[in-house]
Design a protein around this ligand. Structure first.
Ligand code: IPE
Ligand code: IPE
Ligand code: MG
Length: 237
């Protein structure tokens, strides 16, 4: 089993369009699939689930859609946190939260506080998140805290400042909806992640689809630069 799964939940709008429904109907259905995904991770013993819910570029959408997405986010936090807490889920939201309205920011802080002692599943929602933003905020904080005289910055120095410093790098990345791009999701952290793209739209991505992604992951050989023989421990290693 992968320990950390990161997902770009894409295709809500097209799912709705196919049914002659407003785009927001796709987002509403999408929230249901989040519930199913969380349940699946709990059942499979997956420790970290990270979901891209709103990118720093999604503000460019029509104002009405942005506002409906924000309302959905508020509603989901109001309705789901208690149940998540009961199920041992630790919920965090990463991204530049300062742009959200105060009510939403308060709900995010509450969810964080309520669930902080839970350990069964680490659920992270990336909201107003951008991979470049993450690297830059980490770098700026690192520079501000740098010990006097430390001139050279090394890779590992950045880790404590990245917004997902509590999690290992994702093992499996899933993007639904048919596009094969990263769209400014976890750029630093995806360096050695196994990538899985599917045409299935997010509102159709059920547990069976998730198991297909896991099965694909389980067939991969993760070499991290080594040879296959080294990884499998055969002769010539
Ligand atoms: C993903 O679905 C959800 C968000 C970006 C909030 P989309 O809304 O991007 O759906 P498509 O890509 O238009 O189908
Ligand atoms: C990426 O989806 C962001 C989320 C799923 C939250 P988009 O639908 O916004 O991505 P692009 O713009 O098509 O790359
Ligand atoms: Mg999209």
């Amino acid at each position: 089993m992968p320990s950390h799964v990161a997902v770009i939940m894409d295709g809500n709008g097209r799912w709705a369009k196919k049914r002659f429904l407003p785009r927001v109907a796709g987002h509403v259905k999408g929230v249901e699939l989040v519930r199913e995904m969380v349940r699946a991770c709990l059942e499979r013993g997956i420790q970290y689930l990270t979901l891209f819910a709103f990118s720093s570029e999604n503000w460019r959408r029509p104002q009405e859609e942005v506002s409906l997405l924000m309302q959905l986010f508020v509603k989901a936090l109001e309705q789901e946190v208690e149940k998540l807490d009961r199920n041992g889920v630790r919920l965090r939201v990463v991204g530049d939260l300062s742009r959200f309205e105060p009510r939403l920011q308060a709900l995010i802080r509450e969810a964080d506080a309520t669930t902080q002692d839970n350990t069964r599943l680490d659920l992270t929602i990336a909201a107003n998140y951008g991979g470049r933003w993450d690297i830059m905020q980490a770098m700026n904080r690192l520079l501000a805290n740098r010990a006097p005289g430390k001139e050279v910055i090394e890779e590992g120095d950045l880790d404590p400042y990245l917004s997902m410093n509590y999690a290992p790098e994702p093992d499996l990345f899933i993007r639904t909806g048919g596009e094969q791009r990263i769209s400014n999701f976890l750029l630093w952290q995806l360096a050695y992640t196994e990538l899985y793209f599917t045409d299935t739209l997010w509102p159709d991505f059920d547990t069976a689809e998730f198991d297909k992604a896991i099965a694909s992951y389980q067939q991969r050989e993760r070499r991290f630069g080594r040879t296959s023989e080294q990884v499998t421990g055969q002769a010539n290693a």
